[in-house]
Design a binder for this molecule. Structure first.
Ligand SMILES: [Zn+2]
Length: 64
């Protein structure tokens, strides 16, 4: 089974992420979709920033 980034379609091999030369055929190989580190940072970094902003606005409301 391989792990493929669902955003940039890089494939993980031995803890490294590689650009696939040819598309992975899900009928031949079991593919698990995830995020490579840079896409995880983009995807979840944005979520974390939003969550933090929400927390801060809630704190402000509570303080007022
Ligand atoms: Zn990626």
């Amino acid at each position: 089974m391989i792990v493929q980034c669902c955003v940039c379609e890089k494939v993980r091999k031995e803890n490294q992420w590689f650009v696939q030369a040819k598309p992975v055929d899900p009928h031949e190989t079991a593919v698990s979709h995830g995020y490579c580190p840079s896409c995880a940072d983009k995807a979840f970094g944005e979520l974390y920033r939003r969550a933090r902003k929400r927390e801060q606005s809630q704190l402000t409301v509570t303080a007022a």
